[in-house]
Design a protein around this ligand. Structure first.
Ligand code: FES
Length: 180
């Protein structure tokens, strides 16, 4: 059992509720990893072991899920995690120029965290906003689309002041059709 990380009685009650929604032992892994990440800020090896023990699953299964998704942080991250999509559509629209520009502005490389603990950068796979490329996501929440270096400057300025940029909603075609 991990000595550093533990779930509270309330967490365990919540985990029981999550487990009750699923017919088997493996399926609750993702929501329980989310719960753990909300609580601890990351799901490092020890947190993954705690999740495995709590769900009575092999650690390798939890590790496989946690490491498949960049949205699960496998180590302590900065306050703002900047995920720059570098999959095909974004790459074709200059994602690496944007990524390298952000790296230059923050003085770190993708996979690293600034010394003050404020920013982490990740290069990630497609985030489903391909039509709005190049794009980034901030801390598993806000999407910023159609990036330019000037727009990145505005985003970073806001984050440095602890202001979260507005989420840029992606209108789906069916919504456009419904309105017209
Ligand atoms: S390729 Fe970047 S969001 Fe899909």
């Amino acid at each position: 059992m991990s000595t550093t990380y533990t779930f509270s009685k309330e967490d365990l009650a919540e985990i029981e509720k999550i487990k009750a929604k699923y017919p088997d032992k493996k399926s609750p892994v993702m929501p329980v990893l989310w719960l753990a990440q909300d609580k601890f800020g990351h799901v490092n090896d020890d947190v993954q072991k705690l999740v495995a023990e709590t769900l009575d699953l092999p650690p390798a299964h939890v590790f496989g899920v946690a490491t498949f998704y960049t949205q699960y942080y496998k180590k302590e991250m900065g306050k703002f995690v900047i995920d720059v999509c570098t999959s095909f559509s974004c790459q074709a629209c200059g994602a690496y120029d944007i990524l390298h520009y952000i790296e230059d502005q923050l003085g770190i490389k993708a996979g690293e965290t600034t010394a003050d603990g404020k920013f982490s950068i990740q290069s990630v796979e497609c985030l489903g906003a391909c039509g709005y490329a190049p794009m980034l996501q901030i801390t598993n929440g806000v999407y910023c689309n159609h990036l330019t270096k000037e727009k990145v400057d505005v985003i970073l300025d806001k984050l440095k002041k602890d202001e979260m940029p507005a989420f840029e909603r992606i209108p789906f075609p069916q919504h456009t059709t419904a309105k017209s």
